[in-house]
Design a protein around this ligand. Structure first.
Ligand code: ASN
Length: 314
């Protein structure tokens, strides 16, 4: 790397670390992670170590550069999400969570959104024999608890940021994906996010807008038993999850319907042929959640070493 570029990176890294916004976000990060772990353990979850690279990872539903490397003659991928590992894990442990580092090399243009980091952490959880509604209730309760803990512990920081945040005490609002799309047009998610005052759910996402692993509704073909959580005030998407397809024949059909190469998922489908359980789960992006709590316009202030799309970073 040319030395002037290196000098710029060193300067900008040190400047970033000095920023009060980063300092506050790190205190809130500490509270949020402890709060979520505490609540989930209380609910009977087991914490599992993350998987950083693997023989199989989430295909995602949008194109990203796919980092792979060879080790001792075998090709591995960096984790984009632990979805398949979660489905395998619930065979043994009925309620699991992990703080999972994900690498998603998004196109440089994604820098504009202010909510994409190429490397981030999601708290990814999965529950055997659970319904979508069960895990939505879990998400609501860990969010509520974390916001309350931040208000108790980090009140001085919230005052400094002049940030007031409130979470409904009951269920969050739910909107069906296609109804929202009819109402607001193609940019419905951003539109609804900027209009709403509280976090809300988008449910029943169509098959073509999602990965193959979420379960199709029996009574409404083409629509999935899944959901996204959207933060209000324009902060956008913060969670995605759903009930999972666990039957091998349906998994294979869904891979085919997505025009994906079954070979890419062979190791997972082989394991699925030994039997998977029905399950539901979700992942909540930690940096996005902190961004929403702090009210930051840009996500990079939630990470001391942010990987910003299109930029060289430490
Ligand atoms: N973690 C998400 C889920 O459980 C998947 C993802 O991040 N793409 O559904």
């Amino acid at each position: 790397m040319e030395s002037y570029k290196e000098k710029n990176i060193i300067e900008s890294t040190l400047k970033h670390l000095e920023s009060e916004s980063v300092e506050i976000a790190m205190r809130i990060n500490t509270t949020v992670r402890a709060s979520m772990s505490k609540k989930l353990r209380w609910m009977g979850f087991m914490e599992i170590p993350p998987v950083i690279y693997s023989l199989v990872t989430d295909p995602l539903n949008h194109p990203v550069y796919d980092p792979r490397f060879m080790y001792d003659g075998t090709e591995y991928a960096l984790t984009k999400s632990m979805i398949f590992h979660k489905q395998i894990l619930v065979k043994k442990f009925p309620k699991i969570y992990t703080f999972s580092p994900n690498v998603r090399l998004e196109v440089p243009d994604k820098k504009k959104t202010g909510r994409h980091l190429l490397e981030f952490t999601q708290l990814d959880l999965e529950v055997r024999d659970a319904s979508r509604e069960d895990v939505m209730a879990i998400a609501e309760s860990i969010i509520r608890e974390a916001v309350n803990d931040v208000k108790d512990i980090n009140y001085e920081d919230l005052e400094k940021l002049e940030r007031k945040i409130s979470i409904p005490s009951g269920q969050f609002r739910r909107f069906r994906y296609l109804e929202l799309k009819d109402k607001y047009g193609p940019d419905f998610e951003a539109e609804a996010s900027s209009r709403e005052k509280y976090p809300f759910w988008i449910i029943d996402i169509p098959l073509k807008d999602r990965e193959f692993y979420d379960r199709e509704k029996e009574d409404e073909p083409g629509i999935l038993r899944d959901m996204d959580l959207i933060y209000p005030e324009g902060f956008g998407e913060g969670i995605s999850g759903g009930e999972r397809e666990y039957r091998l024949d349906r998994i294979l059909e869904r891979i085919k319907a997505k025009d994906q190469d079954p070979e890419q998922f062979r190791i997972f489908t082989e394991i699925a042929s030994h039997g998977l359980f029905p399950s539901a789960g979700f992942g909540i992006g930690i940096e996005r959640f902190i961004r929403y709590i702090c009210g930051y316009s840009r996500i990079e202030y939630t990470h001391p070493f942010p990987k910003i799309p299109g930029e060289i970073s430490l």
